[in-house]
Design a protein around this ligand. Structure first.
Ligand code: ZN
Length: 154
């Protein structure tokens, strides 16, 4: 069975950055997703279309087809008093914040100054090209319930 919309695909993969460092991996046949439902990044979903169980391939995905380019507009200085007073704020800490449309988003502390904290609302992998080595393990029809929910059920 070929990978196409409304199929549940099981993959083994290794994800590396451009320096060859392994960032993530799943190699025990436990990673499954619903194809065509935007469960995975667009560049990887496109590369998988038409593949079959047993196929192996490598794909380099530019940032724009992964987690997007870094947007400088998502970096902003926030008054220190917006954060809990009892927390020692350090660069690299992550907080939930309200986005411009009221949505919940994760921000990462980039810099701490005396009265302001500079936070970065970009995804940690924004601007990063991703290199996948993929093995297609299984392809099956999604159930009606999985299609209704837009994700795979275990
Ligand atoms: Zn569900």
């Amino acid at each position: 069975m070929q990978v196409s919309d409304q199929k549940v695909v099981t993959l083994n993969y290794v994800l590396k950055d451009d320096e060859g460092n392994t960032m993530d991996a799943s190699q025990d046949g436990t990673f499954s997703y619903l194809h065509g439902a935007q469960n995975i990044i667009p560049g990887l979903e496109n590369a998988l279309t038409g593949k079959q169980p047993g196929d192996t391939f490598s794909v380099a995905i530019p940032a724009a087809e992964a987690y997007g380019e870094r947007d400088p507009g998502r970096i902003q200085a926030v008054p220190r008093e917006m954060f809990p007073a009892d927390i020692d704020i350090q660069p690299g800490m992550q907080f939930q914040a309200q986005g411009p449309e009221g949505q919940t988003m994760m921000v990462t502390v980039a810099e701490v100054r005396e009265d302001v904290v500079v936070v970065d609302g970009n995804h940690p992998l924004a601007g990063v090209a991703l290199n996948f080595e993929v093995e297609v393990v299984d392809v099956r029809d999604a159930t009606a319930e999985e299609l209704a929910h837009g994700h795979v059920h275990g």
